[in-house]
Write a protein that binds this ligand. Structure first.
Ligand code: SF4
Length: 268
């Protein structure tokens, strides 16, 4: 039986021809819709019925993604309750005091106590909470090397790129194009740092979603009929601290947070 845990696993089953016969513009969009239970696998006329039977009998995609996130967080919290938090804090560049590990996520405190309870200074969306808990549990604590690479250059990045592009870089570029305060907000609210980077970009900002996981966002606005460009770079050591799914979840969750921020400011 095929057990499905994310849209990429659904995409792998499809022929990836983007033929649109299912009513979606791409196979990736269809995979996302199946995962969110807006579509059924049967809606792809090109998918072998034997595969559909195998998946449908035992797929996690039958649960809503919110329910899946809640269950994942519950399980991670239980695992956190079983580890040595003081040792984890030392390894990860976090603080540990009175039974509580505190680390900085985008410049704000994110705390976990020894029973796995989470206390945060800001509302962190669940999609971001999962990678943070994974980082606490499994991060090696590798220090940044200063060498930046793209998402596709990371292990598994090529496979995850279609989804990552749809949920992270493209929407962030759209926000940047319409919400002029995005980068100044990133500097002020999220303790970002502006840097000079050799990559040809008008704006290069380093954010720190996790203590040893910096990201570099390079953006150039539209000019002379040319589209804007936005690329997110990662320190080469990121793979030692988070797996590709957690990196994707962290960035897609962050972009969703920025999207809400831009809407609150009435520019989205
Ligand atoms: S019908 Fe199937 S193959 Fe065609 S776009 Fe939809 S999911 Fe992809």
């Amino acid at each position: 039986m095929l057990n499905i845990n994310n849209p990429i696993e659904i995409l792998k089953l499809l022929e990836k021809s983007n033929c649109r016969e299912c009513g979606k513009p791409t196979c990736l969009a269809f995979a996302g819709a199946v995962f969110k239970r807006e579509k059924k696998l049967e809606d792809c006329p090109r998918l072998d019925s034997n595969i559909i039977k195998q998946v449908d009998t035992k797929t996690d995609a039958k649960k809503g993604s919110t329910q899946q996130q809640e269950e994942a967080i519950k399980e991670l919290k239980q695992r956190i309750a079983a580890i040595d938090l003081a040792a984890a804090a030392k390894r990860l560049g976090a603080q540990y005091e009175s039974g509580k590990l505190t680390l900085q996520c985008l410049g704000k405190n994110f705390g976990v106590d020894d029973k796995g309870n989470i206390v945060t200074e800001i509302h962190v969306n669940p999609q971001v909470t999962i990678p943070i808990l994974n980082y606490i549990l499994y991060g090696a604590g590798a220090s940044p090397s200063g060498e930046w690479v793209t998402f596709r250059e990371l292990k598994g990045g090529e496979e995850w790129y279609p989804l990552y592009s749809q949920r992270a870089e493209k929407p962030l570029k759209k926000i940047a194009d319409t919400y002029t305060e995005l980068f100044s907000d990133m500097l002020q609210i999220f303790n970002g740092k502006r840097i000079d980077y050799h990559y040809p970009a008008e704006i290069s900002i380093v954010l720190q979603p996790l203590p040893k996981v910096p990201i570099l966002i390079c953006y150039s606005g539209p000019e002379d009929g040319l589209e804007s460009t936005l690329t997110i770079f990662y320190d080469k050591t990121v793979e030692e601290n988070l797996n590709i799914e957690a990196i994707y979840g962290l960035i897609a969750g962050m972009v969703a947070m920025f999207g809400k921020l831009s809407l609150r400011h009435g520019n989205g």
